[in-house]
Design a protein around this ligand. Sequence first.
Ligand code: PLP
Length: 374
Amino acid sequence: MHDETELAALKRVLERPRWGYGEEVSAFENEFAAFQGAPYCVSCTSGTTALEVSLRALGVRPGDEVIVPAYTFIATASAALAVGAVPSFVDVDESWCMDPAAAEAAITERSKVIIPVHFSGCMADMDRLLPLAESHGLKVLEDACHAWGTQWDGRGAGTLGHCGVFSFQASKNMTAGEGGAIVTTDEELARQAGAITNTGRVEGESYNVHTRPGTNARMSEFGAALLRAQLTRMEEQTRIREENAGRLTEALREIEGLTPQAGTGRETRRSYHLYCLRIDPESFGCTRAQFCAAAQAEGLPTGAGYTLPLYEQPMFTEYGAPCVKRPCPVVEDLCAHSGMFLGHQFLLGSAADIDDIVAICEKVKRQAGSIPAQ
Ligand SMILES: Cc1ncc(COP(=O)(O)O)c(C=O)c1O
């Protein structure tokens, strides 16, 4: 979604002599840091890059293990591979986020970092994960790529662990087509992450001095200008999505066989990148594929979400990328039978639009027995 704000922002940059890495980028970093409640923000080119840069800044070395949930976008795990580390997959719990007990069981002497993913904008149980990590000397990198504006007991996602990463890719609630950011409360970590994104140059030092190995992961001035414009709508849009999600959840809970994703109860504000729900085919009366086909026919593009646990991706099973795999029954069930998503755009409508979504789900329930097999 855009209006004159984005057009004016792009024009402002276009008419300047310099289009790269300047005042828009630093203004965006300051504004996004303030939005998440973090003292530091380092922008970069994508959420994937933000994960890789963070792992490098946290000192992850080849052979280290990085504990990640098996239910997330591939980047959470492939970032570990990109720095020579090994993703160690663990199950999620009823929140669809990392199960702290499963994370604890996965810790070995090679473990270095835990990456809880705040899936769809709902936070992983940080009350249990943070002390767990601390007691084993592990770093916590929050994958907050869906959690712009989410707060845990008033503290912004990304500010509870050692650092947190965000994505501004095209499908996201705020976007510049591509883009990413790292937030942290640790000044030195921010300095190292900033240097990695800028070919190893440390801020304040000479342009021709490259203090550590890095890359070019710099956000462009155009991207930053777009994101500054998008950020002006985030408070309001987050409020609307949250309100509509509450209305939807209340109604869907009444439909036997549907279970909306529960928060942990500690989110004082929750972004909704996806509206997630589970179907129990037996008590609902039809399979997930039948539900999605029927809902789509009614104009509601419900999708099955991730249909493979990450460790079943061909990069691990065929290409041979290393990983530590263990049974993840909740993830297996979400992927094979029960998990469903609705995009965040559907939560920006009116209360009547939400009631229409509910009416479609009720209709599918009533007619479940007669939906053709998919
Ligand atoms: C949970 C999660 N982590 C990381 C990423 C990677 O972000 P990007 O697409 O900006 O590289 C995504 C993107 O969808 C994501 O959903």
